[in-house]
Design a protein around this ligand. Sequence first.
Ligand SMILES: [Zn+2]
Length: 112
Amino acid sequence: MAVTKKELDEFHKRLLKEQKEIVKQLADLGGVPDMGSDTEGETFDEEADEAEEYQKNLGLRQALKERLLDVKNALDKLFKNEYGRCEKCGMEIEAEVLKVDPESRYCKHCKK
Ligand SMILES: [Zn+2]
């Protein structure tokens, strides 16, 4: 089932919103662990906790960055009028897949 123009518009909006949210989340996570003045007087244990937190954020940041890439890729395809095409088999991605996951690169079958 092909995606309608109305649905396309909706996916476009959702992707733009998602892109904004991911960028914001990435900014919130910060680039470097906070080793500034507020770590002063903390014990080693707390600093270790912070390092652990940083490691955790690193994984999260990585996941967010990958999602951001997918979103940008989908927006790019929208722009080039190639949106909704599976990157593996070239078939149309089912509307139901895109509704759940607008940045999906693959159709239902290739996702597995
Ligand atoms: Zn496919």
